[in-house]
Design a protein around this ligand. Structure first.
Ligand SMILES: NC(=O)c1ccc[n+]([C@@H]2O[C@H](COP(=O)([O-])OP(=O)(O)OC[C@H]3O[C@@H](n4cnc5c(N)ncnc54)[C@H](OP(=O)(O)O)[C@@H]3O)[C@@H](O)[C@H]2O)c1
Length: 245
């Protein structure tokens, strides 16, 4: 677990987009970024959940957030271009992009992998993230120093039996991070990945239905790493595979 104590307001003046901001780790990260002074753009599939995150930020008196409802399974390149234009018009720059939204799919033996389901998982976990990053790079480059963080997994670093499409997608995530980090080397944009580790969320409960959730770290426990990657203290950190636990 990273020993990092973020300075209060270390994200003041920054605009950070968090995908999957309506639940789990993404919700807590969005609230945390807002607590530390960022204006947060909340992107996700279920509007009600995004509104709950929005309300929590507003009630706490943090900077007013924005909501972008988007289903990353169906989204097109044009949707991402339009989104990037809106962000540029409203905020003029984007300092942080946390790619957090993902789907788990079904776990099972390799020979049972359903190809339609594999394609859906790759669309949300990989292709959509490529399209979103590609569309946002021009507005990201307008920030003095910007951070793009992808969310990986233990099974995106070492393959594990029965983790099928999800593990394949997380290896692709690490590859995407390395390619982009190398391209951004020496620029004001840094690109890294975070492996949250086993965390008490709906996704984890779906993967391990028999596990006692109280034995797991909470999303809140991971936040030192999530703050570190967005704060200027990590300005020279690029191409790293970080572990939040
Ligand atoms: N929890 C763990 O133990 C663990 C371990 C390793 C890695 N991770 C990674 O950490 C990240 C967060 O996981 P989590 O456990 O917090 O998961 P979660 O509780 O299942 O939350 C996932 C989030 O992604 C959003 N999302 C899913 N499909 C989407 C779509 N098509 N379009 C837009 N948003 C979509 C969900 O929105 P809706 O609720 O509206 O569907 C939700 O906000 C993921 O990348 C996951 O792979 C988690």
């Amino acid at each position: 677990m990273l020993e990092f104590e973020a300075e209060k307001n270390c994200l003041a003046g920054k605009t950070i987009l968090v995908t999957g901001a309506g639940a789990g780790i993404g919700k807590v990260a969005a609230l945390k970024y807002a607590e530390y002074g960022a204006t947060v753009i909340l992107l996700g599939k279920t509007v009600k959940k995004l509104e709950a995150t929005y309300d929590a930020i507003e009630q706490a008196g943090y900077p007013k957030p924005a909501i972008i409802p988007l289903d990353m399974k169906g989204a097109t390149e044009q949707n991402y271009k339009d989104m990037a234009d809106t962000i540029e018009q409203q905020f003029s720059k984007l300092d942080g992009l946390l790619h957090n939204a993902s789907v788990l799919g079904v776990l099972g033996p390799f020979e049972h992998i359903d190809i339609d389901s594999l394609q859906d998982i790759m669309k949300v976990n990989v292709t959509s993230q490529v399209m979103m990053t590609k569309a946002l790079l021009p507005v990201i480059r307008k920030a003095e120093s910007a951070s793009i963080a992808f969310t990986s997994s233990g099974v995106g670093r070492t393959g594990r039996a029965y983790w099928g499409p999800y593990a394949i997608s997380k290896f692709a995530t690490e590859g995407m991070m390395e390619v982009l980090a190398d391209e951004c080397d020496g620029t004001q944009v840094r690109v890294n990945s975070i492996n949250p580790g086993a965390t008490r969320t709906e996704m984890r409960a779906k993967a391990y239905p028999g596990e006692d959730p109280l034995t797991l770290k909470t999303p809140e426990d991971l936040m030192p790493t999530y703050l570190y990657v967005m704060a200027d203290i990590s300005v020279n950190v690029n191409g790293q595979k970080l572990n939040a636990q």
